[in-house]
Design a protein around this ligand. Structure first.
Ligand SMILES: [Zn+2]
Length: 278
């Protein structure tokens, strides 16, 4: 009886040993192959900085110097529009433009100023086939938007008109939404907001002209209203210029029943007050 037990034990432990051995061999082989593959791939095509092309030791992205050259927005900002301000007045730090024309969104935030390196990088994200760069910006956007996110948050991208989508092949705002959804687990809706009419560029138009240009450009189809109703919507775009587009989208989302709308973008154009007010 004892012998059988011992035998059984011996057989079992040998089986366990074999299994453990095979598992170790398999894992080591996989690691070796993966590392070898990556090493081989990196030796052939080393990862390079997306801005300056400098070879990187680790994964693709930006080199240290290029990260440094991005214009992080620091210091006081308008609590509503996110526009940099000269003085911090606490909760009262609200720009004259946001006081004169209170926007339909609660807050707009962007981690970078849209100039220099940040503008170069965003143009690459926007016009060349680099949707993957969204994953580099998303954590910075989250850091900036930490105050407005809640478990009820719903990410919605500013949509592209279908012709532009066809030409560009992807909507960068939707790529950002996918990255934000992956990082936070908060819901996203890529279809609730539609661009039903193509528009001309907003820059250079007066405030009234910008409003006219966007009239009827977006819509929330009736069948998607239940997705929006009562939700805390986070509207996502890559760059905030005059703010007219996100204002129009926010207005429609509020009309579709959103409890509130906040805006998150990678960067914003920092412009003089008179240009926003005119
Ligand atoms: Zn670089």
């Amino acid at each position: 009886m004892t012998l059988v037990t011992k035998k059984t034990k011996t057989i079992l432990s040998r089986a366990d040993f074999n299994a453990a051995f095979m598992s170790t061999v398999t894992t080591s082989l996989t690691t070796l192959l993966t590392t070898g593959w990556r090493w081989g791939l990196n030796a052939l095509v080393p990862p390079a900085c997306s801005l300056c092309g400098t070879f990187l030791r680790t994964q693709a992205g930006l080199c240290g110097d290029c990260w440094q050259s991005l214009g992080f927005i620091t210091g006081p900002i308008c609590r509503v529009s996110g526009q940099p301000m000269a003085v911090d007045l606490g909760a009262e730090t609200i720009s004259p433009a946001a006081r004169v024309h209170p926007p339909p969104y609660r807050m707009a935030g962007a981690p970078f100023a849209y100039d220099g390196s940040a503008a170069d990088l965003i143009k690459r994200v926007k016009f060349r086939d680099r949707p993957d760069l969204a994953t580099y910006f998303a954590p910075h956007m989250l850091h900036f938007g930490a105050d407005v996110l809640s478990p009820d948050s719903l990410f919605v991208p500013v949509p592209l008109h279908r012709w532009r989508l066809l030409a560009r092949r992807f909507n960068q705002s939707a790529e950002l939404v996918r990255a934000l959804n992956e990082l936070t687990g908060h819901d996203m809706s890529l279809t609730a907001l539609r661009r039903v009419r193509a528009t001309r560029r907003q820059l250079g138009l007066t405030r009234a002209g910008r409003k006219r240009n966007l009239r009827g450009a977006f819509a929330v189809p009736a069948k998607y209203r239940p997705e929006i109703a009562g939700r805390s919507v986070v509207l996502v775009d890559y760059v905030l210029t005059t703010g007219a587009t996100v204002e129009e989208c926010s207005r429609l989302l509020r009309r579709a029943g959103a409890a509130q709308v906040d805006v998150l973008t990678i960067a914003r154009v920092v412009m003089p007050e008179q240009l926003i007010l005119s």
